[in-house]
Design a protein around this ligand. Structure first.
Ligand code: V47
Length: 384
């Protein structure tokens, strides 16, 4: 395509975005063409970001818990998993899990992000017990736990329906579900990455059921490995379609592949330019998802900050005990202090706002940081 045709095509897309017309598969693939200046795609995504979320940069105070790394699956992109008999394999005791709850409370965390491997010898009841144990002892902490891959495994273990499993976990104290396990939905890619684990249909069906029973969930896409632009846009459109039906996704998180210590270690990590383009294209395609998260652990701090001008409005949290990315070579710090994360957001010219997992404003006791309550939905605060 020559420059004037390319400019005309970009103007057409800009007009669509400005008039609230949906972008198509072809539009999305065009925006991934390196000939289309990243700056222009970013500017358009920033327009949408500011329309939806103003000048705010959201963060939360959170911690991670990975109760086991032992996993029956062998996803080629995963550096975290372990075989059952590998010395690296672990499964946490109740005491260790409770210690994490205590530490989270002492640090003012509002959220615990819980995911792990599918352990060959641990029944569904163990995974349920972890939720119940934490919820009974630390009821204020929101438990965002178990991806659709785990839910699919629980269905298999219990021989019950998705709805039964989700309701049972909710009764135990589950607050919402993270967006992991989505990878790339297109079978040309999924079959190469993780052919045995929850397939695309199962992933979407589980999130649909969660939304139907009132559980909010997140969604992700793992990019920068063997997929191409067509696979990425196809993935985003499948998420957009489900969101049209249910409205239950709160935030989309593009996840950049980290190759170290994985079966795909021959690949190069995606560049910062690719990260920013993916952030911007995601913002433009997912017109019905309110938030886009720049997960600093995986992007690196500078790229996550820049992403706040390329469509993202959220930077995830202070984070503690993250293992999945650090096992795969992430060189980002283990956690950020609250002051640091606020400074990083302020440095970009955005207003830092602490949110809880389901995007309500968090109000803290000025005299005791560890005492807090969730207030109004962040969108209400934006309007007023
Ligand atoms: O599903 C695993 C990805 C996901 C690697 O919901 C890898 O708020 C890159 O889903 N390189 C888990 N990616 C993380 C996740 C997540 C993270 C932050 C916030 C939320 C949320 C969800 O991480 C996996 C997989 O897609 N992953 N290994 C790797 N080597």
């Amino acid at each position: 395509m020559n420059i004037s045709d390319r400019n005309a095509r970009f103007r057409e897309i800009r007009d669509k975005v400005e008039s609230g017309t949906r972008l198509t598969l072809d539009d999305g693939i065009f925006l991934y063409d390196p000939q289309v200046p990243l700056q222009e795609v970013g500017e358009l995504a920033n327009y949408v970001r500011e329309q939806k979320n103003g000048n705010v940069g959201y963060f939360n105070i959170n911690t991670h818990l990975n109760p086991t790394n032992v996993c029956v699956y062998r996803c080629r992109f995963c550096a975290f998993r372990s075989d059952l008999r590998d010395p690296k394999g672990y499964a946490m005791s109740d005491e260790q899990i409770l210690d994490r709850g205590r530490e989270a409370t002492e640090n003012g965390c509002t959220e615990m992000h819980i995911v792990g491997g599918l352990h060959h010898q641990r029944p569904y009841e163990w995974y349920r017990h972890i939720i119940e144990l934490l919820h009974d002892n630390y009821p204020q902490i929101h438990l965002k736990g178990w991806t659709a891959v785990e839910i699919n495994w629980f269905e298999f273990q219990t021989k019950k329906s998705i709805q039964w499993v989700l309701e049972d976990l909710r009764d135990a104290g589950l607050g919402s579900m993270p967006g992991g396990g989505a990878e790339i939905f297109h079978p040309e890619v999924r079959d190469q990455l993780c052919e045995h684990k929850a397939n695309t249909h199962a992933w979407l069906e589980i999130h649909k059921t969660a939304h139907e029973i009132g559980l909010r969930t997140n969604c992700t896409m793992l990019y920068g490995h063997v997929e191409n632009a067509y696979h990425r846009i196809d993935h985003l459109l499948r998420l957009r379609e489900l969101q049209d039906q249910t409205g239950g996704f709160q935030v989309f998180i593009p996840l950049a592949f980290h190759p170290e210590n994985t079966k795909l270690s021959n690949l190069k990590k995606p560049s910062a330019l690719m990260d920013l383009r993916t952030m911007a294209v995601s913002r433009l395609m997912l017109d019905n998802v309110q938030h886009i998260k720049a997960y600093w652990i995986m992007l690196g701090i500078e790229t996550a900050q820049t992403a706040l001008a390329y469509g993202a409005d959220d930077i995830d949290g202070t984070v503690r005990h993250e293992l999945i990315y650090h096992d795969a070579g992430a060189t980002t710090p283990e956690f950020l202090s609250v002051d640091k994360i606020k400074d990083l957001i302020s440095e970009t010219g955005r207003e830092p706002v602490e949110r809880d997992t389901v995007y309500r404003r968090v109000h803290r006791d000025p005299n005791d940081f560890t005492k807090w309550r969730s207030g109004e939905p962040v969108e209400t605060a934006l309007v007023s």
